[in-house]
Design a protein around this ligand. Sequence first.
Ligand SMILES: [Zn+2]
Ligand SMILES: [Zn+2]
Ligand SMILES: [Zn+2]
Ligand SMILES: [Zn+2]
Length: 302
Amino acid sequence: MRQMQGAAKKASVDAIYRQGRPDVLRLGTASRGEKGGSSPSRGRGVSIVEVDINWFSCPICFRLLSPPVFQCKRGHLACGGCRAGNCRKCKGGGKRFLARNMVVEDIISVSKFKCPHIGCHEFFSYPDLLAHRDGCHLAPCFCAEPGCNFEAPPPRLFIHLDVEHSWPAYRFTYGKDNWITWPLSKQRRLLLAVEDDCVFVLVVGALGAVTAVSVVCVRKVGGSSQPRYTAVLGASGPPLPGGAAGRTITSPMETVTSSDRPGEVAVDKLPCVLAVPSTYLMAGVDGASKEVSLMIQIKKIP
Ligand SMILES: [Zn+2]
Ligand SMILES: [Zn+2]
Ligand SMILES: [Zn+2]
Ligand SMILES: [Zn+2]
């Protein structure tokens, strides 16, 4: 496993933020047979118009308008769930949302909406957007280190934790054995998947008499469209007398759990860990602290 260096790491992660603009709604009919989740192409003979999605947000609940859509006497819009209140845009108040606005409902029903998460450039029909949004791999997560309120999509949070909190950071490839020599003075390490910029946290800590190790995926918890991850954790003991390689223990993880707060991930709260006996710990390079030789393999199951 390769430890990442500053500029290369930032360029790699920033690449996903370069395309598209935020908060855009595309109007117009997409090509026949197009499914939600892909960028809409120009339909046959129909122009695509891009507008600010805020034009279609409800001024009362601030969510995207969804049919049925109502309007007050002066034409201000509100979603069905908010129609009982008075219009806040009308000076003097008192204007109720009494009429349906079928044109806006039609526009919404044929439109593609951009995922609201920074860095995600996918467009969806409104029902598909609701299904995608919570499971989006770029939904913001929280640093949660003591005193820090930083939040960002996982690849940005990865940089933040490395740069601001000095978490050691590595790149890895799904399905391969990755070995790390880990000084136990550092509790957590960051892993960034080469293939898709998904972020994981390796965590180590004392669990009774043993040293326990586990891994967690950094992403918003929930969402039916999220991939599942499995992992195998291993540790190698010191060389045996005579120079033979040390013994290795491994532990499979059927499901890697998720957390959107990596700064709070602690090994004693995780359901599945690799227990490393004290005989597997070796003296660190400074002679004072211990270190352990660890193997991690993560698989992605779409
Ligand atoms: Zn509303
Ligand atoms: Zn009004
Ligand atoms: Zn998304
Ligand atoms: Zn922070």
